[in-house]
Design a protein around this ligand. Structure first.
Ligand code: GSH
Length: 203
């Protein structure tokens, strides 16, 4: 199998962390440079028509796009350690927090970045006003999660899961790019630092 990745990009990083957590060794990593538009070439568009990274290419040539779909596929092949939940309650909790993090934190932070940051001007049809409004929304969410994370090591089901990978990779990458200072958010900072200390996050 081959995984198309890109240095610093948070979506493929989630897959690389997932692979490291599961100690999967038979996946070749191919790095594309987004800055040089290597993800927009006709060759890569044959693999990923939407020009997005990551893409997993199976040994039979089939392609799986979308970070979570790729991780779910790998979870089926390598069930241990479990990262999407085992009991009905765990599965629901992890899915719930994954979705809440995605919609309440990651998306507003991502829009805040993509619609306001000069580096994104070639990749996004930027609307500065929308970006700033999304950034404000993200700040409200960060305040909510600061309370939510009090006393919690992990966001879902009292165990490390895919929801933590989604939360911490998004926060590490997007909070800084939105120029938001979370130093005074003690619970949030402790949570991020705790999860990010895992060896898989050194990628
Ligand atoms: N929904 C996709 C999003 C993937 C995505 O947007 N990846 C970014 C890198 S983190 C990308 O390919 N950006 C290139 C661009 O915006 O042109 C997923 O979850 O895999």
């Amino acid at each position: 199998m081959k995984i198309y990745s890109s240095a610093f990009a948070p979506s493929p990083r989630k897959v690389l962390i997932f692979i490291a957590e599961k100690s999967i060794e038979n996946i070749e990593v191919i790095n594309l440079d987004i800055g040089k538009m290597e993800h927009k070439t006709p060759e890569y568009k044959k693999i990923a028509p939407n020009s997005r990274i990551p893409a997993l290419v199976l040994d039979n040539g089939d392609v799986i796009l979308e970070t979570t779909a790729i991780c779910r596929y790998l979870e089926c092949l390598h069930p241990n350690p479990n990262l999407f939940g085992e009991t009905p309650e765990e599965i629901a909790q992890i899915e719930m927090w994954y979705s809440r993090i995605s919609f309440e934190l990651m998306l507003p932070l991502m829009h805040g970045f993509r619609h306001t940051h000069p580096h994104m001007s070639e990749l996004e049809n930027q609307n500065n006003e929308f970006g700033l409004a999304q950034r404000d929304l993200a700040v409200q969410s960060l305040k909510y999660y600061e309370n939510e994370l009090a006393g919690k090591e992990f966001i879902a089901a009292n165990k490390f899961s895919y929801a933590d990978i989604q939360a911490v990779t998004s926060l590490q990458f997007l909070v800084r790019l939105n120029k938001i200072d979370i130093n005074e958010y003690n619970n949030l900072s402790e949570y991020i630092n705790g999860v990010a200390a895992r060896p898989s996050f050194s990628i």
